[in-house]
Design a protein around this ligand. Structure first.
Ligand code: AMP
Length: 121
């Protein structure tokens, strides 16, 4: 699937629609999910134009991949849910139609702030 420049996260990255920002650096933007499924529900997205995790891992530079992965932990620390601070969370990426992905820009959901329950419900 080719990248759709009009997807909602592309618009957030361009500043065309607002988000409740948690963290931003050279590689990632993180903001709260508009429809939270757990007490804490954050999204972490890469700044580059990647449709999903497989697209990202196929095309992104090593620097982008490291920056994105480290960004997840940076956000978790900032939210106080990192295992480093004795807590925990679920990081989940839906990939393509069969994976239930709705927004075609790679994102990880971070669920936490409580016991998040079974992996698949
Ligand atoms: P997915 O099904 O993995 O593609 O998840 C897409 C997520 O994006 C859903 O959890 C939505 O609630 C969330 N979402 C959609 N639009 C926005 C928005 N404008 N700001 C924040 N989160 C959004």
């Amino acid at each position: 699937m080719s990248y759709d420049n009009n997807n909602v996260f592309a618009k957030i990255l361009r500043g065309e629609i607002p988000c409740e920002k948690i963290y931003e650096d050279e590689f990632v933007l993180s903001f709260y999910d508009i429809d939270p499924k757990k007490k804490i529900h954050a999204l972490v997205i890469p700044k580059g134009k990647y449709v999903d995790l497989d697209d990202f891992n196929s095309k992104a530079t090593s620097e982008e991949i490291v920056g994105f992965l480290k960004g997840i932990t940076t956000v978790a620390k900032k939210l106080g849910i990192s295992s480093i601070s004795g807590k925990g969370y679920r990081a989940l990426a839906n990939i393509s139609d069969d994976g239930g992905q709705e927004v075609p820009h790679l994102h990880f959901h971070l669920f936490g702030g409580e016991k998040v329950g079974k992996m698949v419900e």
